[in-house]
Design a protein around this ligand. Sequence first.
Ligand code: NI
Length: 168
Amino acid sequence: MAERPIVIYGDPVLREVSEEVDEINQEIKDLVSDLTDTLKKAKGLGLSAVQIGVLKRVFIIDLSAVDITEKLRVFINPEIIETGDPVEFEEGCLSFPGIYQKIERPARVKVRAKDLDGVTFTFEANGVAARAILHENDHLSGKLFIDYLSPMARSMLKGRLRKLSKAS
Ligand code: NI
């Protein structure tokens, strides 16, 4: 399959709600393959289907760059079933090139999802992995990391966001 262009902030698709995957067919396998190629090329930690313009509840995370014991993980129809206490940490998003902001998110997460074989699994993560899962999961309901910023931080970013959305 192939690398696909990443949707940049300003494109209204990023605010859309993604649909449940009914069946893990070839179309979904191809989608995951495209997400994988696109994420590798972009050297990111996670990517959701909506970020390549596909409104399906699918995301991948790949923390192998920060943890060699990690591998690429696929989450289909994910559900967050538990979260821990919030911590503040710097975060970015491939749909917001060059923008990094400190935001609060739970330090721990328990998620249930299906893998590419259609097998339901639960996965518990903390630290960067928890943050990546929660960030990507938000994309599936049209929520973006800048939504967590204080009105003050948001207004300081206004000019840069406007520039991004004009370029997209
Ligand atoms: Ni993102």
